[in-house]
Design a protein around this ligand. Structure first.
Ligand SMILES: [Zn+2]
Length: 694
């Protein structure tokens, strides 16, 4: 679970389509749904979900999705369930079967199949893991024990950067906010077992309780490492004190969302002044980055605080802390059951309220998919995403971009000078569809069957060496930083890249068997949604090359606010549950993207129909016209149900509106919907005062 620390931090500026931007704590837990059976994929337009007793002009969400939960009830262990969650759950079974096949040695395997197959099989072999115990970790533990002086810390911490042990701080690479062509080194806060500062500093009873449980957890781990009861408790308390000091110098989560607060370009010599306890030049040599002269120090105050802390803490306490961080940084599935259970008891059960550990095959599938997204991705694509699907989806993305280009010509609220800048930015967007043009080369990485800990460490070293090698090099905009296997879509401002992984290019979102209208209703809407993010009040902060620079005039900003005000009022009028209304302000930017996205998808559908000579208003065998299919498919992309408690939480925290309003909020603003379904102006789904930004 610590594995993605760097990735998540580097992705702060990425806007996702389905998921709320979660703090680090929760980011990895919700990625895969716990269901006991493999749920079948819905169709692009799934007639089973239709509630034909509902009038589409009065409540379109009910019409499109009224029967969804009959076929996909909320699983026991979930608080909500929707189409994207169904696809994610299905994907897990798909990947599992590919891994089972790759791990069987009854056929000649490709080098990548050997790697994913043996990595997975090693993870699954709990008997071997149990038998070997802590032996594989012993050399690392010995290395800590051998420390004689704090001056020896530099080499050890350099080694920890390479094998991803999160102790004190982390070093990674990042695109330079101020010069988007460059990749620079970053020294960031780290070393906390409780993810972020508020856990250590909040005075609430709940936080107090977590800190008690956390102290107990560290005590238990130290006992498993061989310490006596009293010493383990004493050491755990010292560790929590030490981490609390680190937390005090760390930035609040909200500050980390602001690019200006996490950017401090600093010379290496200045770094040495901030924290002389670490020999930075030597550390950079050891991590393969000797050429460094400057780097982004995310939070200089943190390193000053760390300097004071290292000076004031005795070597024995530092060594205990390092042993704790070492064990906590290793994936718990490679450790004996007592460690694994203890980790789950705290991080799963106590922190997240997860009642049971997920079954082994799901954990190992997820771990392999995370570590080898491109090796498993290549195998997946070969089996499930043929070249014809790639060319078709690439064309769809282009069609939506062309619709945006046309839209910009007539957009009333954008000034002429801003419009031309928007067009430049649009032309510079790089589309990443399905999978990378060049797959990552894993050939120098050794994966051995029966060596799960060694596999995990070698993989970390492989990743870190590759990442550090990018420092000082120009940004490779062709590189995929998102797994091709995820069921999601992204727009990244600092790369000006849209990303539609193969994971989301499967039914119902995209299906080569579906009609074009259905595909544009689902995937087209998603593409449009992401695209508008590059041009809204978030996207305005970055230019087409990804540099942090505002390209709007003050008047554009004013006009945009007037235009979006209509949507804010519209969505604030929706009742989410009982007396709880949707928060129109919180959800404004996502609602605007939903509305704009469908408008662009509609434009793209028209171009596509003209090109192919399709009459969009003639019914086909389905009993629907293509325009109707377009809207029903869009609606069905958002079929889902929430438990009432979940809606209450969501309305307060999630920048996306609840499912039903992502559907109704959009169609009631599109007169084309009302026309397609024969609605009368003034009916709920055909507003007389419809809102329109894009
Ligand atoms: Zn969005």
């Amino acid at each position: 679970m610590r594995k993605h620390f760097r990735a998540i931090r580097a992705l702060l500026l990425i806007i996702t389509f389905t998921a709320i931007r979660l703090p680090f704590v929760q980011a990895q837990t919700n990625s895969i749904v716990a269901t006991d059976k493999n749920p079948p994929l819905p169709a692009g337009l799934d007639k089973r979900f239709l509630d034909t007793t509902a009038d589409p002009c009065i409540d379109f969400a009910r019409y499109a999705c009224g029967n969804f939960s009959k076929y996909y009830p909320i699983p026991e262990d979930r608080s909500s369930y929707d189409v994207a969650a169904v696809v994610s759950a299905h994907m897990e079974y798909t990947l599992h079967s590919l891994l089972e096949k790759a791990s069987a040695d009854d056929h000649l395997r490709t080098p990548n199949e050997q790697k994913i197959g043996d990595f997975y099989a090693s993870c699954m072999d709990v008997d071997a893991i149990q038998a070997v115990g802590l032996k594989p970790l012993q050399p690392e533990l010995d290395r800590i024990a051998a420390l004689k002086d704090k001056s020896e810390l530099t080499d050890l911490l350099a080694h920890y950067q390479m094998i991803t042990v999160n102790a004190f701080f982390v070093l990674y690479e990042q695109q330079d906010f101020k010069d988007a062509r460059k990749q620079i080194a970053v020294a960031d806060e780290g070393g906390l077992g409780l993810f972020e500062r508020d856990y250590y500093l909040n005075a609430s009873d709940a936080s107090e309780k977590i800190r008690k449980q956390y102290t107990q957890h560290i005590t238990n781990i130290l006992k498993l490492l061989g310490e006596s009861d009293t010493r383990a408790l004493d050491d755990a308390q010292k560790i929590v004190q030490l981490e609390t000091r680190l937390a005090r110098s760390s930035l609040p989560v909200t500050s980390r969302m602001d690019p200006n607060q996490v950017y401090h370009l600093t010379s290496v010599s200045r770094m040495g002044e901030l924290i002389p306890e670490i020999a930075w030049t030597r550390l950079f040599e050891r991590t393969g980055t000797p050429q460094l002269t400057e780097l982004n120090v995310v939070n200089p105050a943190f390193f000053q605080g760390l300097s004071a802390l290292l000076g004031a803490t005795d070597l024995e306490t530092i060594k205990t802390y390092l042993r704790w961080r070492l064990v906590a940084s290793v994936p718990s599935y490679v450790l004996p059951a007592a460690f694994d259970d203890e980790q789950f008891n705290f991080y799963g059960r106590q922190l997240r309220g997860q009642p049971e550990q997920r079954v082994r095959w799901k954990r190992c599938t997820e771990a392999t998919a995370d570590e080898f997204d491109q090796a498993l991705g290549e195998v997946y694509v070969k089996a499930y995403f043929p070249p014809a699907s790639k060319s078709k989806t690439v064309q769809m993305v282009k069609d939506v971009e062309d619709a945006m280009d046309k839209e910009l010509d007539t957009l009333p609220w954008m000034s002429i000078e801003t419009r031309s800048k928007a067009k430049v930015k649009l032309r510079l967007i790089a589309d990443k569809v399905g999978y990378p043009d060049r797959w990552k080369d894993y050939s120098s990485l050794k994966i051995l069957r029966g060596d799960p800990l060694g596999n995990a460490m070698r993989k970390n070293e492989f990743d870190n060496r590759n990442n550090y090698a990018k420092i000082g090099q120009p940004v490779d905009r062709g590189e995929w930083i998102i797994s091709p296997l995820v069921v999601d879509a992204h727009y990244s401002s600092s790369l000006n890249v849209m990303n539609f992984p193969a994971g989301i290019l499967q039914p119902p979102f995209f299906d080569p068997q579906s009609t074009d209208a259905e595909n544009f209703g689902m995937l087209g809407g998603i593409v449009g949604h992401e695209l508008t993010h590059g041009f809204d009040d978030g996207g305005r902060q970055f230019d087409g090359n990804g540099n942090l620079s505002d390209w709007w005039t003050a008047q554009d900003a004013k006009n945009f606010a007037v235009m979006t005000d209509c949507e804010e009022k519209e969505y604030s009028g929706f009742t989410a549950v009982d007396d709880v209304k949707v928060n129109g302000k919180l959800t404004l930017s996502e609602n605007t993207a939903d509305n704009g996205g469908m408008r662009l998808a509609y434009g793209a559908l028209q171009t596509d129909a003209r090109r192919k000579g399709i009459d969009l208003n003639a019914k086909d065998d389905s009993g629907f016209t293509p325009v109707q299919q377009f809207f029903v498919s869009y609606g069905q992309g958002w079929c889902g149900s929430n438990r009432p408690e979940e809606i209450r939480v969501q309305v307060q925290t999630n920048p996306h509106s609840p499912f039903e309003f992502r559907i109704n909020g959009v169609v009631q603003n599109m007169p084309e919907f009302g026309q397609a379904f024969g609605c009368k102006t003034g009916q709920p789904m055909m507003l007389s005062n419809a809102c329109r930004v894009w």
